[in-house]
Design a protein around this ligand. Structure first.
Ligand code: SF4
Length: 305
């Protein structure tokens, strides 16, 4: 079946089943064609909460589908590729969290949304790369903060807030290996471009960039600039071009690809929608606590606050 036919059939199935398709910005370009909403983790979490659809097809990775399930407990949430995990999320387990909290004593735990539901359930509050600074600034000033699991995001938040942050030793393999030399090379090749990097990159790369932004933030910044270099997953340029075909967008590193994000295909999306397989569930005893940590984040990061 060719791509256009697949897209038409998926859209038809979506209508028949009253399903909503959510897609992360890093998904393959053809997935944008079937999505009702494309966004970063925070935007998709909010959409999942608002949609009320009986069936959500989540084109992304497992922790994102779990978050959608936590916020839309009455919807069935399906991940088209059950093997789509996240290496960063797998760097922290609930047991390790419990041990670390015991060892540290009086500590507030801030957990990046890129974690399993079990780890969220062990946390005081969640954050995304878009709201991490705001979330940390909302906490009482005298408290020590355990920031899980991304050490680069932790370093950025510590720099921006001046707070006492103890980082977990995790990292995203897609972002952690960008270097200041990559930024220098990009500036030479594209002297008129603004360099925008994701806060999962090392702090020296962030400080060498013009702007720091989540993927949602990058998309907003793309409205202001004609030429951009993006220090994030290389597919983000396809996302910028989807909304702004007239912009010139270059990845900081063309081989910075998240293999799990690219596991989704139109064929898998159609099959999952047809058979309703790949359902993501979270046991209620974990879901209640994990949801509370996400809702605390949502109340801090709502735009009207
Ligand atoms: S880009 Fe990094 S953090 Fe995002 S899903 Fe892939 S491995 Fe996980």
């Amino acid at each position: 079946m060719n791509q256009a036919t697949l897209v038409t059939e998926i859209k038809q199935l979506k209508r028949t089943k009253s399903a909503v398709i959510l897609a992360h910005n890093y998904q393959p370009r053809e997935i944008y064609e079937i999505a009702d909403f494309i966004g970063d983790s925070l935007e998709l979490a909010r959409k999942a909460e608002q949609t009320g659809a009986p069936l959500l097809l989540f084109c992304g990775v497992r922790f994102m589908a779990e978050t959608a399930k936590l916020l839309s407990p009455d919807s069935r949430v399906i991940l088209p590729e059950p093997k789509a995990g996240c290496e960063l999320a797998e760097m922290a387990t609930a047991e390790q969290m419990r041990n670390k909290k015991k060892e540290m004593g009086d500590v507030v735990t801030v957990t990046y949304v890129n974690t399993t539901a079990e780890v969220k359930a062990e946390s005081d509050i969640c954050c995304t790369s878009a709201n991490a600074v705001k979330v940390v600034n909302s906490l009482p000033e005298n408290r020590r903060i355990l920031f899980v699991p991304d050490k680069n995001l932790a370093a950025y938040v510590a720099q921006e807030t001046g707070r006492n942050i103890v980082p977990w030793e995790g990292f995203c393999y897609v972002h952690a290996f960008f270097t200041v030399d990559d930024v220098r090379r990009a500036r030479k090749e594209h002297p008129d471009a603004v360099v925008i990097s994701h806060p999962e990159c090392p702090i020296d790369v962030l400080n060498a960039s013009d702007r720091v932004a989540s993927t949602g933030g990058m998309l907003k910044l793309a409205e202001q600039y004609d030429e951009l270099v993006l220090g994030t997953e290389a597919g983000m340029c396809a996302r910028v071009s989807y909304d702004h075909p007239e912009k010139r967008c270059y990845p900081l590193k063309p081989d910075a690809i998240c293999k799990n994000m690219k596991r989704t295909s139109l064929e898998k999306a159609m099959q999952a929608l047809k058979d309703e397989t790949g359902e993501v569930t979270v046991p209620e005893e974990i879901a209640g606590k994990a949801r509370a940590a996400i809702e605390r984040m949502m109340s801090v990061s709502r735009p009207n606050r």
